[in-house]
Design a binder for this molecule. Structure first.
Ligand code: ARG
Length: 454
């Protein structure tokens, strides 16, 4: 039986009912919906809009319905369309007229808006927790690898030697900012839409501040039309998910490369890899690839909700019912990806020796050799050219810069002396970095200390 049947002389076809219904996906908001309704019922009684005993009965029965849903004893129906009307119908079935009073001074438009906001507050708290666990894992790994030397890349070409700790701490910073972004998003989510009615407010003497307090919202949205019409806060949430997925995806891309025979920097644990149905030798980094793939899906969620909202005249439009699919998908995908990713990096084997030997080839100490000549009073541009010629010479001979004899060095510049060998030793190249936030062992130690303080 439709709760809005009064104005209609004909029932919807079953295909229209099915098309219209959102219960299939919005049933996961049952808890938020009941929480919102309990607060609403209490407010109605407090304001003398409905009798206290009706409110008490509503609250008691809603709690029973909640328990029954959690015990799997409730069956939702497409005929009741969405989670709001399903719960209201069950309530009215159980307590009759008192149940019919619950929707006084409320619309499903402010009801769904408060449900999504309650849901997102919970999601943001959970995501924050999982991001915190990932940060701990990264800090732990970084601490184990403060002395693991590896090539740092630009253009995926060997550039300058760094430590693995430095590389990991780069991601630490990215995921910390993701966490900040979620915390900032929460400020916009944490505002109460309930009490706005369908769009124009209500004729009852409601108390929205009381509702905000009951439901734990930091403030009340000041304009009812905005409160029911906009989903900017949900778009922002998906954006936070998308940026975090992008960071995960970059790291996954590296792990995929690093676990190839060509790199052999890491080996992902068997428990996070899969085999091939035809090639017996294969061990594939599927989890990392899936996270990379799923990041594309979350970008799609963002684009989807942006597009759903872009042409909507104020205030509520049924298009907005579609918001839940991308919101749920982005939230679920991110949490699952973060968890798998953390477990995967904590169990992977780091092949330190391979990283270090890769760092020895590729002329990554060339910048340091140039800096050496600068210290002898030669302008940097000239040093750059001299070292460029040295590198070409070494490539032709198939040797590293430090394998040149002193005479060879001198033939390129008389400024070279014996101490050049020490200067361009890979570990010394790392050690010599002086700028704040560099890869030097001391700077990485400081970065780790700062993290620990936070
Ligand atoms: N199921 C709807 C949604 O998710 C609830 C709001 C319906 N409001 C309305 N006026 N039809 O958006």
């Amino acid at each position: 039986m439709k709760l809005w049947k009064g104005r209609f002389s004909k029932a919807a076809t079953s295909s229209a009912d099915e098309f219209n219904a959102s219960i299939e996906f919005d049933q996961r908001l049952y808890k938020e919906d009941i929480t919102g309704s309990i607060a609403h019922a209490k407010m109605l009684a407090k304001q003398g809009i409905i009798p206290q005993e009706d409110a008490d009965l509503i609250v008691k029965t809603l709690k029973e319905i909640l328990a029954d849903i959690e015990a799997g004893k409730v069956e939702f129906t497409i005929e009741s369309e969405d989670i709001h009307m399903n719960i209201e119908s069950i309530l009215t079935e159980r307590i009759g007229d008192a149940g019919k009073k619950l929707h006084t001074a409320r619309s499903r438009n402010d009801q769904i808006a408060v449900d999504i906001r309650l849901y997102l507050k919970k999601e943001i708290a959970e995501t924050d927790h999982i991001l915190g666990q990932l940060l701990d894992a990264l800090a732990k790994l970084a601490k184990e690898h403060t002395d693991t030397v590896m090539p740092g890349y630009t253009h995926l070409q060997r550039a300058q030697p760094v430590t693995l700790a430095y590389h990991l701490l780069a991601y630490y910073q990215m995921f910390s900012r993701d966490r900040e972004r979620f915390a900032d998003c929460l400020k916009r989510v944490d505002r109460l839409p309930l009490g706005s009615g369908a769009l124009a407010g209500t004729t009852y003497d409601t108390d929205r501040d009381f509702l905000a307090k009951e439901l734990g919202f930091a403030s009340v949205l000041p304009n009812g039309m905005d409160a029911v019409a906009d989903r900017d806060f949900a778009i922002e949430f998906i954006n936070c998910c998308a940026v975090t997925m992008m960071h995960l995806s970059r790291f996954c891309e590296e792990l995929i490369l690093w676990s190839s025979v060509e790199f052999s920097f890491v080996e992902i644990d068997d428990s996070f890899s899969t085999g091939s149905s035809i090639m017996p030798q294969k061990k594939n980094p599927d989890m990392a690839e899936l996270i990379r793939g799923k990041s594309g899906r979350v970008y799609g969620d963002l684009m989807s909700l942006l597009t759903i909202c872009k042409g909507l005249p104020l205030a509520y439009n049924k298009d907005l019912q579609e918001d839940k699919i991308p919101v749920f998908d982005a939230a679920d995908t991110l949490k699952a990806s973060l968890n798998i990713f953390r477990e995967m990096i904590l169990t992977m084997e780091v092949k330190k020796d391979n990283m270090e030997s890769a760092a020895k080839y590729g002329y990554m100490n060339a910048t340091d050799a140039a800096d050496y000549l600068v210290s002898k009073g030669i302008p940097f541009r000239d040093c750059h050219e001299i070292i460029g010629k040295i590198v070409l010479h070494c490539i032709n001979k198939g040797i590293a810069i430090e394998e040149m004899t002193m005479d060879e060095f001198k033939s390129f510049s008389p400024a070279f002396e014996e101490d050049i060998y020490e200067k361009i030793d890979i570990r010394n190249c790392i050690k010599a970095k002086k700028s704040k936030g560099s890869t030097s062992f001391a700077s990485v130690k400081k970065q780790l200390e700062d993290i620990e303080k936070q």
